[in-house]
Design a protein around this ligand. Structure first.
Ligand SMILES: Nc1ncnc2c1ncn2[C@@H]1O[C@H](COP(=O)(O)OP(=O)(O)OP(=O)(O)O)[C@@H](O)[C@H]1O
Ligand SMILES: [Mg+2]
Length: 388
């Protein structure tokens, strides 16, 4: 996929805003989408994902801002004049038409010649592995097969950009996993730029080359899946992409190349300035609301009786053993800490053996290496529940 990416964006959105009455569905969205990538729009329900997709398709007009496709302004171009195609949230196949007729429909409407239609329909059906289902009617297909018909119907028109709104949400969990892989393979084969809307973070991380995290109509971060996970720009993104434990930073100040952060429960924490997100770095002297956060994957748990008493460089949180939840590849171990929030650790099975033999309530120590701590802007007022 990387080889298909060119420096010129295929789609360029600049300061897009959309208001419905007094609801700001989108507020100042600017992003460039590269040719040949799978780009995911991710965010909670109502954050504006479908509205943004509809603006790209032309079914909705922005209140302000500009949209360019292949360098051409298309902000007010009607949908049928744009080289984009949409696969809708609830796949709508025509029930009274065969698979082949469903796929051919859009081309017939455009007045494409019948030989050409037949050839293009065959190609599109083979791309989605439905060549043997040409003559079936939709009620003779499974949910996943219907979804592939909807995909073929969009692909047959050879769009520059394919827009998919929650394409897998109507499928059951197992089929959804299989279709994720299939969609990625399909995109690699056809090379068309995909923009996929989803509220499922694992779907976005598994499929996309880059992900835009939207919240309340604003873009929080655009990055690769690993970039979002390892370098979230704020508490919202950190919590939306995976899980975090967070602690309010009471006071932050510079000292040489370090930020010295005071945290009620953890004491004084020193972090290298160049590892800090710019939002915190800029506000490091002025006490911007911030949190110290770490992920359950960064936590180790050991029996208090076995733990070295000498000071280590880790953050140390004493508690007692709570529930251990088996998750297949690993287990989630809970460390309860009286009336303070529990800490959970994601632990693989080889490290679990000594804990598993212990009864609930056994004194344990949860640890996190300082290198795994994140200092993030909390954006109080948006995410107050994050900062415990
Ligand atoms: N036609 C409309 N008229 C009024 N408000 C609208 C309209 N369309 C969307 N909205 C509002 O705009 C906001 C964004 O809606 P949108 O459908 O884009 O969200 P979404 O991120 O796709 O959510 P979901 O994950 O639930 O599909 C919501 O507050 C919604 O109620
Ligand atoms: Mg939606």
């Amino acid at each position: 996929m990387i080889s298909l990416i060119t420096p010129e964006p295929i789609l360029s959105l600049t300061n897009i805003g959309k208001s419905f009455g007094n609801v700001d569905a989108l507020d100042g969205v600017s992003v460039d989408i590269r040719e040949g990538e799978i780009f995911a729009l991710l965010g909670p329900s109502g954050c504006g994902k479908s509205t943004l997709l509809r603006i790209i398709s032309g079914f909705e007009t922005p209140t302000r801002g500009e949209l360019k496709l292949d360098g051409q302004d298309m902000t007010r171009t009607p949908p049928n004049k744009r080289p984009v195609n949409m696969v809708f949230q609830s796949y709508a196949v025509f029930p009274h038409m065969s698979v082949a007729d469903n796929v051919a429909y859009g081309l017939k409407m455009e007045g494409v010649g019948s030989d050409d239609i037949q050839h293009r329909v065959d190609t599109a059906l083979s791309q989605v592995h439905l060549e043997d289902f040409k003559h079936r009617m939709p009620d003779q297909l499974s949910g996943g097969q219907k979804q592939r018909v909807a995909l073929a119907r969009a692909l047959v028109k050879k769009p520059r950009v394919l827009l998919l709104d929650e394409p897998l949400s109507a499928l059951d969990a197992k089929l959804r996993d299989a279709m994720r892989l299939e969609l990625v393979k399909l995109q690699e084969t056809v090379g068309v730029t995909f923009i996929i809307v989803t509220h499922d973070q694992s779907e976005a991380l598994a499929m996309a080359d880059r992900v835009a995290v939207l919240e309340s109509g604003r873009l929080r971060q655009v990055d690769t899946p690993s970039g979002l996970y390892q370098r979230p720009v704020d508490a919202f993104v950190a919590d939306f992409i995976g899980r975090v434990h967070s602690f309010t930073a009471l006071h932050i100040e510079h000292a040489n190349a370090e930020a010295v952060v005071q945290v009620a429960e953890l004491g004084e924490i020193r972090l290298a300035m160049d590892a800090l997100p710019s939002g915190v770095r800029a506000g490091a002297q002025t006490d911007v609301p911030a949190i110290i956060a770490f992920r359950p994957e960064s936590v180790a748990v050991s029996l208090a009786a076995d733990s070295p008493s000498t000071a280590s460089n880790d953050i140390v949180l004493p508690g007692v053993l709570g529930d251990i939840a088996f998750q297949g590849q690993h287990s989630i171990v809970e460390v309860t800490r009286g009336n303070r929030p529990s800490v959970t650790a994601t632990i693989n099975h080889s490290s679990l053996a000594s804990l598993q033999q212990q009864p609930i309530g056994t004194p344990v120590i949860a640890r996190c290496a300082r290198a795994d701590l994140m200092l993030l802007p909390a954006e109080l007022g948006h995410d107050t529940e994050q900062a415990q």
